[in-house]
Ligand binder design. Structure first.
Ligand code: ZN
Length: 495
């Protein structure tokens, strides 16, 4: 089988054929660092972490570029919002780059908690003003932009006359005239659908740069076009982001890049669906924005407790990225239980030794387990279906637990299958899905406890019961039960 990706541009699943194999260029729209990262940031970056990990697993050499939007411009529900970074800086009397630094650090910290792999390049908008100005100049020279009072706008009508404007979002220019209301700079534009490439900075605006059109700052869309072109070339393989970015952001990116580079910039457009909270769209108007720090600590009225970042990652991966995903306290509690169960089975599996009698004692079960494992690649190749992958793992868990609890003998499966299970669990859970134990400390502690288990076993073998009892009693005193299992093994549990 071959990897198939749903392409938002063609609206169908397509076999993934990179432009220049084995290299893959992937650009993902990064965060606007004007405030703390919230739950809305978790889904896209975990989704594209999976894409990155799986492409790497398949042997592709991926250059993953994810920008930082730090120039303070962004759009809110299709409207050009005011420069929030500058506004906040004035209120808090700090330098804007100080806020940018603070929120970028917080974002990086949160991404590490989710065990996402860092992008290969993380360019900032403020570090690429020159490239953005050059691109705007190209658009003006080509006749698809116009300047008014120090601002430059993209001429959408002119573009639409000779290009397929709306090809990604399915919107038409007439729609835009209906949906756009009073916008900043509206009276300057030739057409309501036009968008800003460069904005003249009002006097109170802190973040400003010199340009051929006077002092100002770049539009949001041009940032991604300029940085993607610089690091991935005029046409690259994958462009990703949340579905909310499809329009106007990505549609505008296509228009700008097509005019500058004479080619449609992206082969595969990938969009993850939105998240909702208790069935409602997340937003300030619903008063249900949950910051990641609040999520981890539980310090939010909608949460009964803090949730481990791995619980959130696991919860996100339990749903296919193109489906909507509803967060609720109950759903997260269930996900926490699920991940704990999965991880305990994974750890038990690593400790299972094949029976010297060498099964399979039950050829049907052997066949079933192998079938479940063999299906995993196909699920991932079918547009990264992590939900189905996890469902199969849960079907394997009862067998692992039954062998661990001595309800079934290890010889029920062949040693070959047992070995395969260990390898597949490791590769999928840790490397492809990027999951970890619910607490990293627990992982380290586990290693220490394994060491104590082996010392205690040695002591018992030498009939040194003083040492063996001392280990058990001292651990019990600090809240860890070490239990002697029927098969001569030892297990431990914290209470
Ligand atoms: Zn972008």
């Amino acid at each position: 089988m071959a990897l198939k990706i749903y392409n938002s541009l063609t609206r169908q699943k397509e076999v993934f054929r990179p432009l220049n194999p084995p290299y893959v260029g992937m650009y993902v729209c990064g965060p606007t660092v004007s405030g703390e990262s919230h739950l809305g940031h978790a889904r896209p970056y975990i989704t594209f972490d999976i894409v990155y990990r799986y492409l790497t697993h398949l042997g592709f050499k991926v250059r993953y570029v994810r920008n930082i939007t730090d120039a303070g411009h962004f759009e809110e529900e299709g409207r050009q919002a005011e420069d929030k970074i500058s506004k906040k800086a004035i209120l808090e009397k700090v330098e804007p780059m100080e806020l940018v630094h603070k929120y970028t650090s917080l974002f990086h910290w949160a991404m590490r908690q989710f065990n996402t792999i860092e992008p290969n390049i993380e360019p900032t908008a403020t570090g690429h003003i020159v490239e953005q100005i050059q691109m705007i100049e190209q658009i003006l020279e080509a006749g698809y932009g116009y300047e008014v009072n120090g601002s430059v706008y993209f001429d959408v009508n002119k573009y639409a006359a000779s290009h397929n404007y709306g090809e990604l979002s399915g919107r038409v220019v007439e729609d835009l005239l209906e949906t756009t209301r009073v916008l900043e700079g509206q009276d300057e534009k030739r057409n309501k659908a036009d968008f800003a490439l460069w904005k003249a900075a009002p006097p109170q605006h802190i973040m400003r740069w010199k340009s051929p059109w006077g002092e100002g700052f770049p539009g949001w869309h041009i940032e991604c076009s300029a940085m993607a072109t610089k690091y991935l070339g005029p046409r690259f393989d994958i462009h990703g982001g949340g579905m909310d970015l499809l329009f106007p952001h990505h549609e505008s990116e296509i228009a700008q890049s097509t005019i500058c580079n004479h080619v449609s910039p992206v082969k595969y457009w990938i969009h993850n669906n939105i998240i909702t909270i208790n069935g409602k769209k997340m937003g300030k108007s619903y008063n249900n924005v949950i910051k990641l720090t609040e999520m981890f600590s539980g310090n939010h009225p909608l949460l009964s407790q803090g949730f481990h970042p791995m619980t959130i990652r696991f919860f996100i991966l339990q749903t296919h990225y193109r489906s909507t995903l509803d967060f609720s306290n109950e759903a997260l509690l269930a996900a926490e239980k699920g991940l704990r169960r999965l991880w305990e089975a994974y750890e038990s599996l690593q400790n299972l030794s094949p029976d010297p009698a060498d099964g399979p004692g039950d050829p049907d079960l052997e066949l079933k387990i192998n079938g479940l494992l063999s299906a995993l690649d196909g699920f991932m190749e079918d547009d990264f279906n992590t939900a189905k992958v996890l469902a199969n793992f849960f079907e394997v868990i009862p067998t692992i637990n039954a062998i661990k609890d001595l309800v079934l003998p290890a010889s029920i499966l062949s040693s070959q299958t047992l070995l395969r299970m260990k390898e597949v669990f490791h590769e999928y859970l840790e490397n492809i899905l990027g999951l970890q134990s619910l607490t990293a400390e627990e992982g380290k502690l586990g290693e220490v406890l394994e060491l104590l288990v082996s010392i205690r076993k040695e002591a018992k073998a030498k009939k040194d019961f003083v040492t063996s009892d001392r280990i058990r009693n001292e651990l019990s005193r600090i809240g860890i039960d070490m239990k002697d299992e029927k098969n001569g093994q030892m297990s431990w549990r914290m209470h």
